[in-house]
Structure formats: C-alpha cells, structure tokens
Design a protein around this ligand. Structure first.
Ligand code: SF4
Length: 367
C-alpha cells in the first residue's frame, strides 16, 4: 500500500525491473501467437462495463457454428499460432453437449492448437443450464480436449466493487473456487485484473492478495497454479459505466499510462509466487505496453487476432502482428521469444537485427 500510494514512479519501476531480473533471468521478453474466438455474444450477465454482449432475443445476437470456428483456427495455423482464446457470453440455452462437441471437434481438426476456453462465469453458466457441478463441467471439457481455463472475469476480486459493477456475476469466492477446481484438474490457468472502477488502492492490493494467497496454496501442494498475471484499466467508451464518467457528475474511472505502469510495477513486486507478468497492449496501446516491459513485465501478451470484447468498449487496436510485438520488444532493449500457452519457449524467427534498440539493457546495468 505504501509503495502503491507514494513510491516515486521511477524508483518503483526500477525496483520492479530488479525483481523481474531475479524471477525471470535473461534478456528475453516472450509473446504468444494466438487468436481470439468469441463464439457467442448472447449473455445474461449485463456487466456495466461490457459493450460486447447482447441479451437473448436481441436482433444482433450471434452464435458461431463449428465450421465457422474451425475456419478461424485454420487461419491461426496458417500464421504459426499455437493457442486459441475462445470466450463468449453466458448463454442461457446452449447445452453442455454443444460445448463438449465443439471442443472435441476442434481438438480433432486442429491438434496443434491449445484450446484455452471459457472463463469461470461461463463455466458457472453451463453448470446452471445442465444441472451438474462446475468441477464436473470442467472435467468433461478437459476430457473433450480443453487445455486451459483463461482468467477472464476476475475484474476486481473484492465483493464491494464487484457486486456494484456486475451484480449478476457473483462473488469473488465463486471465481476463485472455479479456478481452484480447474487447477486441481491440471488445466492451464492465468489471473487477470481489470481496475479503474472507482476503487481505492487498498482494493487493488486486496485483489492481488487474494490471487497471491491462492497461488501460495497451489504451490504448496505441488500444482502449477496461475502461469501469469495480467492487468488493464477498464475501457469506458461505449458502455453504461463510461456514461457515468461524463458530464457534470463525472467520477474518475479508468486509468492513464502512469497509473497503469505503477500497477504493473506493484504487481511484479507483490507476486513473489507468479513468474510471469504480462503487458497489456489492447487497452494501453503498443507504446505503453512497451513501457510496461521496463516496469517489470516479462511478456508482451499475444497477437489476439480478432479481439471483440475489450475493443467493443473503445480500444482502437484489435490485433497485433507478430512483427509488431517483436518490434516493441527489440526497441525496448530485449530479445523477443515466441512461447506457447504454458510459457514453453518456441523457435523464433526474429525480424531484422537493425530494428533492435541501439542501447540494449543488460542485467548488470540494473544492479
Ligand atoms: S463481460 Fe462477459 S459476462 Fe459480462 S456482460 Fe460481457 S460477455 Fe457477459
């Protein structure tokens, strides 16, 4: 809290870089070539900050077919991608078999692509529709070929804030419970954090504390736990939360670049038990994401071909090429390294050396 409230930003970023060097030695920054598939925009949860969903019966609703989704995965294979992030709304009617058949079919047609699908709230939705516990839903999805459960929907794991912005999304405990179940089943998981809902710095640290405590528990019982932590400020352009942020009664929501970099640096220092901290370019832009690499982040995120959820709330950039990610990494003084969903390093074809920063950052210069 003291660091968050009052540390000098330069010193904070420097300290975070030192910690990054000890947790993730070497001069490489990783990235993932992946794509998003938003299989349906039908959702009953009505989060105030979401511009992506449409309620059941709305004329703009869609649900993609197996072949449409498969075509998207073929496009990903064509660019050497290794992971799909498949997420949608909480659909009130799709039965469990729709999901298990989809996963089974995708793993048969696209065996080289890791299927990181859904989020805790979608798993809860499926559980409600089919009347079986969330852990069993996860087990059946894993049997069908699902590789991981991404950490979407964590937002703030503090009920005072959470229940205000997404009353139907349920408590922080629910998110943590479903994630715990996924980790027990050996699914790959990550932790996310959306901030800027008008919460205090104390709430932000509380969110990190809940994630860190769960990670302590995972590590102490020999599980991998969360592979990474990624945070970003809420987007406010096209949603009901954003409308509260305009006009005479304006309350200060969202966060600018300095506040974002402070958040990244604090998260690197706070998470002694999560190895990878990701920079977020979809919300902050590539330039600020590049700065996050100097604030303790060791991963530039992923290419995210066809991102629809965050972009619906006002970001202008919806995908980055592998080349763009490599360029921001090189120009920040690091070596780009492609990885897979589990942070296993992959062979990387690098762009031209002359695009590298003229002053590469050496570990010794930070000592
Ligand atoms: S954020 Fe997810 S759960 Fe919330 S309304 Fe949008 S699609 Fe539904």
């Amino acid at each position: 809290m003291i660091l968050y409230d009052s540390a000098d930003i330069n010193e904070l970023m420097h300290a975070a870089m030192l910690r990054r060097r000890s947790q993730v030695p070497g001069n490489e920054v990783t990235y993932l070539v992946d794509r998003n598939v938003n299989y349906t925009n039908v959702c009953t949860i009505n989060c105030q900050f979401c511009s992506f969903y449409r309620p059941p019966g709305h004329p703009e609703t869609y649900t993609q077919s197996t072949d449409e989704i498969s075509d998207r995965l073929s496009e990903l294979e064509d660019i050497g991608g290794s992971r799909v992030l498949m997420q949608g709304g909480v659909h009130p009617e799709l039965p469990l078999e729709w999901y298990t058949e989809l996963i089974r079919e995708m793993s048969l047609r696209h065996p080289s692509i890791a299927l990181d699908c859904f989020s805790p709230i979608e798993i809860e939705g499926i559980s409600e529709v089919c009347g079986i516990p969330t852990k069993q839903v996860l087990m059946l999805l894993k049997e069908a070929g699902m590789h991981g459960l991404p950490g979407g929907g964590a937002e703030m794991l503090v009920d005072d804030i959470r229940l205000d912005i997404s009353p139907k999304k349920g408590s922080a405990d629910n998110w943590l419970r479903v994630m715990h179940e996924a980790q027990e089943l050996g699914l790959t998981t990550s932790a996310t954090n959306v901030f800027g809902f008008g919460e205090s710095n104390f709430h932000r640290v509380l969110h990190m504390d809940r994630v860190r405590s769960m990670q302590d528990d995972a590590v102490s019982t020999g599980r991998t736990g969360f592979t990474s932590f990624v945070s970003w400020p809420v987007m406010l352009e096209n949603n009901s939360l954003g409308s509260k942020n305009r006009g005479h009664n304006r309350i200060v929501l969202g966060a600018g670049p300095t506040e974002y970099l402070r958040h990244v640096a604090v998260s690197r220092l706070f998470f002694d038990n999560i190895e990878h901290i990701q920079a977020s370019w979809p919300t902050m832009g590539l330039d600020v994401a590049q700065m996050a690499l100097l604030a303790g982040a060791d991963d530039a995120g992923s290419t995210m071909m066809e991102e629809n959820v965050v972009s619906a709330s006002g970001t202008t950039k919806t995908e980055a090429s592998e080349r763009e990610l490599q360029r921001i990494i090189l120009r920040a003084g690091f070596r780009p390294r492609k990885r897979d969903s589990d942070y296993v390093l992959l062979e990387t074809e690098s762009i031209r050396e002359d695009l590298a920063s003229p002053v590469p950052i050496q570990p010794d210069s930070l000592g």
